[in-house]
Design a protein around this ligand. Structure first.
Ligand code: R2B
Ligand code: URA
Length: 317
């Protein structure tokens, strides 16, 4: 049976079931209305067991990233940057009852880990978007801060994604739903991307650019690496592919941006993807920097987002 293709990538309303109105996240999934309780299983939270509006109602920024440790560090960092009371050591993992994701709340900022790859971040986003709805959050901005491989740019460069593209450089994400391939738009919020680039001008210690981000299903063969356990292509084919990606406007490669962009776009959420590049893929495949260099690189998107959040909240630096 050939799969049925449903192309919703050009229409913003074709399947919009969740939308932002008056700043609130509305969910129109009729099946959810039938539930007497909504259990956000992978967060270990629920509408009956937790008072979600009082726990999360004041959230304005949700920052997500792959690693639980990195998102804890970000929570501590933003705590200091916002000048909140205490030394931050009492910040607890709200999802401590599960080891699927970690979640920290620091004032109006939520910091959540999403693991690696499209399936992992997609599950997290379903539960996060329902959480924002149940908690009656208003005017929320979502930002993915992560790592990536650069193409033709200096390692350590921060790339703000304008649009996420797939492995064929198409600005779309294909979600398989029942027996259909549903094509979704991966456009990110252009004004937010520009505002973030503007913010980066205030931090002179590292380069920041806007570019397309390619999202893949794999780190090795899927990103044209020669150093996986398997490799079914030549060095020449690898470079031809990466050069084509560069010519198509791709400046970095990672593994979550397409579904993140598609889900946020469909739900009308203001969203950005900001990733540091750990290497230049035209120069190699292995990540050989010292732990210290990698830690400093990974702090760069955090510094940029902290600057942006402080500006939005009117916190003086
Ligand atoms: C960036 O880094 C991870 C792979 O090392 C993956 O989660 C991603 O998008
Ligand atoms: N993350 C990726 O997905 N690819 C890289 O090359 C580096 C980090």
């Amino acid at each position: 049976m050939a799969p049925i293709l449903v192309d919703n990538s050009k229409s913003s309303t074709a399947e919009r079931e969740t939308y932002v109105d008056n700043g609130f996240v509305h969910i129109k999934n009729p099946h959810l209305d039938m539930l007497s309780e909504d259990i956000l299983y992978h967060f270990d939270l629920g509408t009956k067991t937790h008072d979600l509006p009082s726990m999360f109602g004041d959230v304005k920024f949700v920052c997500v990233g792959g690693s639980p440790n990195r998102m804890r560090s970000f929570a501590l960092f933003i705590h200091n940057e916002l000048g909140l009371d205490g030394d931050g050591n009492n910040i607890v993992d709200i999802c401590a009852g599960t080891d699927r994701y970690s979640m920290y709340k620091v004032g109006p900022v939520l910091s959540i880990s999403h693991g690696m790859g499209i399936p992992s971040i997609s599950i997290m986003l379903h539960e996060l978007i329902k959480l924002l709805h149940h908690a009656k959050c208003r005017d929320v901005t979502l930002i993915r801060i992560g790592t990536s491989g650069g193409i033709g740019i200096e390692p350590g460069t921060v790339v703000i994604t304008d649009i996420a593209v797939d492995a064929f450089f198409r600005p779309q994400f294909e979600q398989i739903i029942l027996d259909k391939v549903v094509v979704r738009n991966t456009q990110l919020h252009q004004e937010l991307a520009k505002d973030l680039l503007e913010c980066s001008r205030e931090i002179s210690s590292f380069p920041t650019i806007i570019g397309h981000t390619m999202c893949t299903y794999d780190f090795y063969e899927g990103q044209g690496r020669l150093d996986g356990a398997l490799c079914s292509f030549s060095k020449e084919e690898k470079f031809e592919y990466l050069r084509k990606a560069y010519a198509a406007g791709v400046r970095n490669i990672e593994m979550e941006s397409s579904v993140f962009a598609a889900m946020c776009h469909l739900c009308g959420l203001k969203a950005a993807v900001v990733c540091v590049t750990l290497l230049n893929r035209l120069e190699g495949d292995q990540i050989c920097h010292s732990h210290g260099v990698l830690t400093e690189f990974q702090s760069r998107p955090q510094q940029l987002i902290a600057t942006y959040i402080k500006k939005q909240l009117g916190v003086c630096t």
